[in-house]
Design a protein around this ligand. Structure first.
Ligand code: SAH
Ligand code: DHB
Ligand code: MG
Length: 227
């Protein structure tokens, strides 16, 4: 049953990708090298990557923050949306992932645009807050799900009115329904979704998705105030 559905979702993703995506050497090489290095195959799909890219372009994002770099696949999509003077900071705890990402970003011609910060995001986010830097226009939260509520709170503080915060893996095959879950990822995701609904500094929605990565979802929040 579910296997058949997933086969259909993947086939439809392939069909849609054929319509709206182009062959892209740098993105393909990033996927190939991440796989060759043994990184987990959990990056956004090509269609999702382009959604992030178009969202960044649509809001004219100049400064982007990503939490969870992996091999830099989503990073490339996002950074390509930036204007010439734009910047992207991406946070990653695994040196092995960051090293693969750095090579992938350099090959994509984005080495000067993207800064990879190595460390636990719980440590690197407060460091960012202390720095004199322009607020971020777009934040993509895609790291360890258990800490996402804290990432979200800090992301709001790093934004300005009108900034957009996108959260990946908001539904996790429906696992978010389980109010009694002892899985830290589920507990964290439920907590951040509740926070997004209650937090007076944002307006949020959550969208369920299916596709080549199965059944999941994105949450999207627009910042309405930062204090
Ligand atoms: N955004 C990527 C996928 C990220 S996968 C893409 O779509 O292409 C999640 C990443 O978060 C992994 O690389 C993992 O190492 C990283 N991560 C996990 N815990 C973290 C933490 N505490 N701080 C920063 N990064 C973390
Ligand atoms: C996992 C993490 C992700 O960010 C994702 O998009 C899919 C799966 C995981 O940790 O299993
Ligand atoms: Mg994800």
């Amino acid at each position: 049953m579910i296997e058949q559905q997933e086969a259909t979702w993947t086939a439809v993703d392939d069909y849609l990708s054929g319509l709206v995506l182009r062959e892209d050497a740098a993105l393909q090489a990033a996927l190939d090298d991440a796989a060759a290095a043994g990184l987990p195959n959990i990056q956004v799909t090509p269609l999702q990557g382009k959604l992030l890219h178009l969202l960044a372009r649509a809001i004219g994002a100049r400064h982007i923050l990503e939490v969870g770099t992996l091999g830099g696949y989503s990073t490339i999509w996002l950074a390509r949306a930036l204007p010439r003077d734009g910047t992207l900071v991406t946070l990653e705890v695994e040196k092995r992932h960051a090293d693969v990402a750095r090579a992938n970003l350099e090959r994509a011609g984005l080495g000067d645009v993207v800064e990879i910060r190595l460390g636990r995001a719980l440590d690197t986010l407060p460091e960012l807050e202390k720095e004199e830097r322009p607020p971020f226009d777009l934040v993509f939260l895609d790291a360890d799900k258990g800490n996402t509520p804290e990432y979200f709170r800090r992301a709001v503080s790093l934004c300005h009115e009108g900034s957009v915060i996108v959260l990946d893996n908001a539904v996790r095959h429906g696992a978010v329904l389980d109010a009694d879950s002892s899985d830290g990822d589920v507990v964290g995701t439920r907590a951040v979704l509740q926070l997004m609904g209650e937090e007076p500094r944002v307006d949020a929605t959550v969208i369920q998705t299916v596709g080549a990565k199965g059944y999941d979802g994105f949450a999207l929040a627009v910042v309405t105030g930062t204090r």
